[in-house]
Design a protein around this ligand. Sequence first.
Ligand code: SF4
Ligand code: SF4
Length: 255
Amino acid sequence: MVILSSASLESSINEFLDREVVRLGIEFRLPAPIAFGSVYDPLWFKIKEVHPQIKHPLELLPSAKTVIVFALPLSLEAIRSNVYGDDPSRKWLEEYVIANKVIESVCFRLCIEIRSLGFKCFYIRPTHEFNEISLMSSWSHRHAGYVCGLGTFGINNMLITSKGCAVRLGSVITEVTTEYSSKPTYEYCLVKRGLKCGLCLSMCPINALSRWSSGKYLCYERLVSIGSRYRSVIGEFADACGKCCVGLPCSEKIP
Ligand code: SF4
Ligand code: SF4
């Protein structure tokens, strides 16, 4: 069996990200947290029991061995600019659009590198891969990150990574075999750890998180409305909000 070291894959991902940072002049908080998980991890099946629409990695690439998930930590400037006001800050919206492009470009380059070594590899786009009626997606970067050990879920439904939950995520599925990451040994979210917090719930301007079964539709409506209202300002459809992952003890780090 051919094994590629996770250290070399990590350094490729961070090298690609570093180049993008220099090119764009955005202070993403690199290096990126990265996790490697086996496609045979039993947690994939547990996720499928709860969310049957989410594909198992082997349904996407039957010969796959490894899932790689990385987090692009958004800049302090974007995070802190988005704390106040009902609408998202311009900086947050701009960075959301750019971060998605950076992630896609890094996944693309990583796949080229892996394919050049003779392994199959593909990536899932960072966003807009869901059904607009059911709001269900056939892949969840957050759940993939959870299985691979990148972080744990907060009660805001975000993945809290070593650089907090104010991140964008990318996933790559490949035939490469590598060393797998160890998993978090405790819940990162304060409430899930039995401590006082819940600040994320009060950050949502439409109170969507406290009643998520109906709130998720309200959240989506808000994102679409923001995308439309700010299209001329941002120059692209930035369907983002992010109020529930800024100004929190878990925004930039593990609390
Ligand atoms: S703000 Fe507090 S309760 Fe909400 S996800 Fe973060 S740590 Fe958990
Ligand atoms: S993205 Fe915005 S609207 Fe949706 S849950 Fe978070 S704060 Fe609320």
